[in-house]
Design a protein around this ligand. Structure first.
Ligand code: HAM
Length: 421
């Protein structure tokens, strides 16, 4: 037997219903925020992620699915959505469109070659939003508010929004020097990866998973204490707008994010649900004002977020949140002989095209078994065909809840169902 690959999931049955419910809610909420759906390819040139996500990030050094295709091209399965969206923004010259900023969302599979564990898969789905073309701190607050509101609408209570600012380039460079001076005398106390990070990307030491309990990290200088005035004023504005939106947050100087493209606001939304496990970050994002230019486009301020749907569903399950799933069927068409079956086929077409969720018997079951099956499908109306009725132009219909049974003229069936379902 061939089994699924490590770190991948089959989503079906009731689980799939949950996914559909959440996907619909995402579509509806993004519509309210005026974000437009974008679909970019699953695979892109490897170079896009090296330049976009960053050469020194864990994602690029250890986690990408890379291959050479039959045309000898270096290809990578996307490990995240932002780089592809930015590539598309530049390639399609969206910066020249009349309506600005460009507000986009996606909800698609991503691929990271990680060591699979609960909440960490090799194929997973990210819901993400990206705003390209506005530097207004209001957008930072808006991008943080959208996933928070999504979680609220789903009924999720245990979440914590951590925000931080990495400042502008000047503030960050200044801080990097301070950080290097701080860590250098203690280089032997750091893990192997952090020793490399000290040279290449010292900020990343702060969110090291190996060294996280090291006192040295806990007492490290905090970036928000080294922001220049412009950067700290900007951060104050973001907080002010979040307050106005009544979005609760905590300023957490440890949030530096694992991707290279960030500046100014960064944030992570954590599940505080009991027993969630170590992969408790539901999503994160931040501002990336330099990425469009680094990938060959015009200077463009951007802000975005992405969250993992597998983790979100885990959090909902842990909190025992029952989603309002539609597990009912409007009509079940029953029959026993071939003449009735032909009538059933025609009728099923009419009912479905008029908007009724309709099941038609397809297992040649006895009438008794058809009743049972209709119950399993939580059917509201049973349509029990018989040859005599067909001749008389009527349909026998039974309300499966009240058990009331009636004969309706076949020409009036749609009106009857409209009035009674
Ligand atoms: P990220 O923090 O790498 O950010 O991923 C965002 C979220 O995707 C994580 O918080 C987590 O919920 C989910 N996720 C990541 N890896 C896995 C995995 N192996 N299994 C399951 N879920 C996972 C980004 O990807 C950025 N592109 C976010 C962003 C958008 N920044 C600006 N715009």
């Amino acid at each position: 037997m061939i089994t699924k690959q490590k770190g991948t999931n089959d989503i079906y049955g009731i689980e799939a219903k949950k996914w559909q419910y959440i996907n619909n809610l995402i579509d509806e909420l993004c519509e309210k925020y005026n974000y437009n759906f974008i679909r970019t390819p699953v695979f892109e040139a490897t170079e896009l992620f090296h330049r976009g996500v960053g050469e020194t990030t864990d994602i690029v050094t250890k986690e990408t699915y890379d291959f050479i295709d039959r045309g000898e091209r270096n290809i990578t399965l996307r490990p995240e959505g932002t780089a592809g969206v930015v590539r598309s923004y530049i390639e399609n010259k969206m910066y020249g469109e009349a309506i600005q900023p460009i507000k986009l969302y996606y909800n698609e599979t991503m691929y990271r070659y990680e060591r699979p564990q609960s909440g960490r898969d090799r194929e997973f789905v990210q819901f993400g939003i990206e705003v390209l073309g506005s530097s207004d701190p209001l957008i930072d607050a808006e991008v943080i508010s959208l996933p928070v509101n999504l979680f609220k609408l789903l009924g999720l209570k245990g979440i914590k929004v951590n925000i931080n600012s990495l400042g502008d380039t000047q503030s960050r460079n200044n801080y990097k020097k301070i950080l290097v001076d701080y860590f250098k005398p203690h280089i032997d106390e750091l893990c192997e990866d952090c020793r490399i990070r000290l040279e290449k990307n010292p900020l990343r030491i702060l969110d090291c998973k190996v060294d996280k309990d090291n006192e040295l990290l806990k007492n490290a200088p905090r970036i928000i204490d080294y922001l220049n005035k412009e950067s700290s004023d900007r951060f104050e504005k973001v907080k002010e707008y979040l307050d106005l939106m009544e979005i609760e947050y905590v300023v957490n100087p440890k949030i530096v994010r694992g991707l290279d493209y960030y500046n100014h606001t960064v944030f992570e939304i954590e599940a505080t649900v009991k027993d969630f496990g170590s992969q408790n970050v539901l999503g994160g994002g931040g501002r990336y004002d330099n990425l469009v230019q680094e990938l060959g486009g015009p200077s463009t301020s951007c802000m975005g977020f992405a969250g993992g749907l597998e983790r979100l569903i885990m959090a909902l399950d842990k909190e025992d949140i029952a989603l309002n799933l539609n597990l009912t069927t409007d009509c079940y068409i029953m029959y026993v002989n071939d003449e009735e079956k032909k009538y059933a086929v025609t009728l099923s077409q009419e009912l479905r095209m008029n908007g009724f969720k309709t099941e038609i018997e397809s297992m040649s079951r006895s009438l008794k078994s058809q009743f049972k099956n209709a119950d399993r499908l939580n059917t509201k109306m049973l349509i029990i065909l018989n040859s005599e009725d067909i001749k008389n132009g009527v349909i026998n219909i039974k309300d499966n809840l009240t058990k009331e049974e009636k004969k309706i003229k076949e020409t009036e069936i749609i009106d009857y169902l409209d009035a009674n379902i």
